[in-house]
Every structure is written in structure tokens, then in C-alpha cells.
Write a protein that binds this ligand. Structure first.
Ligand code: CUA
Length: 330
């Protein structure tokens, strides 16, 4: 038999304290929907803990009574079975049922008709995030959802391959992304911050590497960001960057990725027009640094086996110039 080290049980990730303050925790709500869900969680926690404690107390009391020969028939008593076995659990579970149905209804109701809308498409294994103005795409990014603080945002969710599920625990409940259908949910971040979310529906081997971040910022910063996203990519200024751009558009990169303002119009992978402005690559798998990006380009199958990005064989100088180009795509 293997013993679990007590230290493992105290791992910070597992403690309630970290769940209460975490940036991927339903117990640290920063939006109205998440608040309802966490209230429900605490209600269930309190009621079920109380039920558990009361049951144990009665069990030990009954056992003592029986052992002392005072009430040998106690456990068999009809009233005890009816009241403690059926009536009380019945009331407790019914209250939990009604409460959770009520919370569920709050989530599906859309209180904001003309709210800012963001279109999110689930893909194996990343999130395409688009901001539209009418039918024009004004921002096309990946795995990063910028929202203004305090403003309700409607999310239109769909998928192009399998069923995924959008879950940013600090802000909202889960909502499925289903091929051929558009589901809606809404979020409102009540505080500035970066809230991590994940795919909550098993969608293939790299399901666990399908994360995203909701970046809630003050209104002016948000509109600054959005305005910048409309711009096409920055033009290279050095020879090395120009060589990198050539590698990008003439090599395999441009077949799958788009960089607006160049001849690369691929649509299989994320739009890279403003890649350098993102915090992570590969859907939250790696930080967006030159080293990780280089490693990802030549061996994307290493950190995330099974994804659609092929291994690319490149000469070191070629990779170096490609990275110098990608780094300017702020
Ligand atoms: Cu997408 Cu799990």
C-alpha cells in the first residue's frame, strides 16, 4: 500500500484559502453570475455539512442507547426512520433543488438586449475570439477575451468541430459550444484583473490544454486595445524582420495563419496580426516569450501532442528572423 505524503495534502493548490482567492475559482466571484453560483455552493456546503453532523450525532446517540440496553429497538423505530431518514433529507434536498433551478434561470436570462457582444468559437484546442461591428470583424484574436470592467458583455458561443464548454469560474457558469448552433451567455467583471478560464467538456486529447484568459480592464484601456486590434500588422523595419516576414508568407505559416496587411490569409489557426500582444501561446499552455515561441514553431507536437500545428524544419537563421518578425506584431 502506498502512503500519501501529508505534505501533498497541504499543497497550496488544494487549500480552501487558495480557492477563495484564486483567479480560476468559483469561490472567488467577481461578477453577478459567479456570485449567484458561489452563494449556491456555500448554501449547499452549509446545509449538507449540518446534515452530515446531525446524522453522525444521532447515529452515535442511538448506538450508545442501544448498547446500554436502554432502547434496543430505537434504530428500528418507524418514527426515527420517517423523520430522520426521509422527511429531513427530503426538505434539505428539495431546497437545494429549488435554489439551483433558480440560479440556473438567472444564468439563461439575458437582461441586456444591446450589450457588447463577443463571438467565441471553440476549436481543437483553442478559442477564436472575434469582435464584430455589424458584419465587419474589427478584432480577431485567440485565447484572450478583453472586456471593460463593470459592463455586461454578451458571449455568443459556437464550435467548428466538437462540443466544448466555456467556463471562467470567477465570472460565470459553464456554457457549451456546440457545432451548428449558437449558445449565449453573459459575463460582467466587477473588478480589473486577469481571470483564467478553461474548456469544461472533454473534447479530445488536448482538452486540458484549452485554456483562455478574460482580461478585465478600465473602459479607456479596453477601447485603446480594441482600437489597436483594428490596425493591420506592423510593417518590418529591419532586414532581419523583413526576412522573417518573407519566411512567414512564403513558407507553411501563412497557409494556416493570417496576418492582416500581408499576403498571409490562412484561417485554420489563430490570426497572428497582433500575436506579440498576447500573454500566452497554444491556448494558455506556454508563456508568450521568444524562447517558447521558437520551441513551439519547430516542435509544436512536443508540448501539445495531437494539435494541428505541424513540426516545421527550419534553419536556425530562418527561425531567428521569423521570431524577430513575430516579436514586432504587437
Ligand atoms: Cu475543448 Cu475540452
Amino acid at each position: 500500500m502506498k502512503w500519501i505524503s501529508p505534505a501533498l495534502l497541504l499543497t497550496p493548490r488544494l487549500t480552501l484559502a487558495s480557492a477563495l482567492g484564486g483567479n480560476q475559482s468559483a469561490l472567488n466571484p467577481h461578477g453577478p453570475l459567479a456570485s449567484r453560483i458561489s452563494e449556491l455552493w456555500w448554501y449547499m456546503f452549509a446545509v449538507l455539512t449540518a446534515g452530515y453532523v446531525v446524522t453522525l450525532v444521532i447515529l452515535f446517540w442511538a448506538l450508545r442507547q442501544g448498547r446500554r440496553g436502554k432502547r434496543p429497538d430505537l434504530i428500528k423505530s418507524r418514527n426515527v426512520v420517517l423523520i430522520w431518514g426521509l422527511a429531513i433529507p427530503g426538505v434539505v434536498f428539495t431546497s437545494v433543488l429549488f435554489y439551483s433551478v433558480l440560479v440556473g434561470q438567472t444564468m439563461s436570462v439575458d437582461p441586456y438586449k444591446n450589450a457588447l457582444t463577443i463571438h467565441i468559437t471553440g476549436k481543437q484546442w483553442w478559442w477564436q475570439v472575434r469582435y464584430l461591428h455589424g458584419s465587419d470583424v474589427i478584432a480577431d484574436t485567440a485565447n484572450e477575451i478583453h472586456v471593460p470592467v463593470g459592463v455586461p458583455v454578451k458571449l455568443k458561443l459556437s464550435s467548428t468541430d466538437v462540443i466544448h464548454s466555456f467556463w471562467a469560474p470567477n465570472l460565470s457558469g459553464k456554457m457549451d459550444l456546440i457545432p451548428g448552433r449558437t449558445n449565449e451567455t453573459w459575463i460582467r467583471a466587477d473588478k480589473e484583473g486577469v481571470w483564467r478560464g478553461a474548456c469544461a467538456e472533454f473534447c479530445g486529447v488536448q482538452h486540458a490544454h484549452m485554456a483562455f484568459e478574460v482580461i478585465a480592464e478600465k473602459s479607456d484601456k479596453y477601447y485603446q486595445w480594441l482600437d489597436w486590434q483594428r490596425h493591420p500588422a506592423i510593417t518590418p523595419t529591419t532586414d532581419q524582420q523583413r526576412h522573417g516576414l518573407m519566411t512567414f508568407v512564403t513558407g507553411p505559416c501563412g497557409m494556416c495563419h493570417a496576418v492582416r496587411g500581408t499576403t498571409a490569409h490562412g484561417s485554420a489557426g489563430p490570426d497572428l496580426t497582433h500575436l506579440a500582444g498576447r500573454r500566452t501561446i497554444a491556448a494558455g499552455t506556454l508563456p508568450n516569450t521568444r524562447g517558447h515561441l521558437g520551441g513551439w514553431i519547430v516542435n509544436a507536437q512536443g508540448p501539445k501532442p495531437g494539435n494541428y500545428m505541424p513540426r516545421l524544419n527550419m534553419e536556425p537563421e530562418q527561425l531567428d528572423s521569423l521570431l524577430s518578425y513575430l516579436e514586432i506584431l504587437k
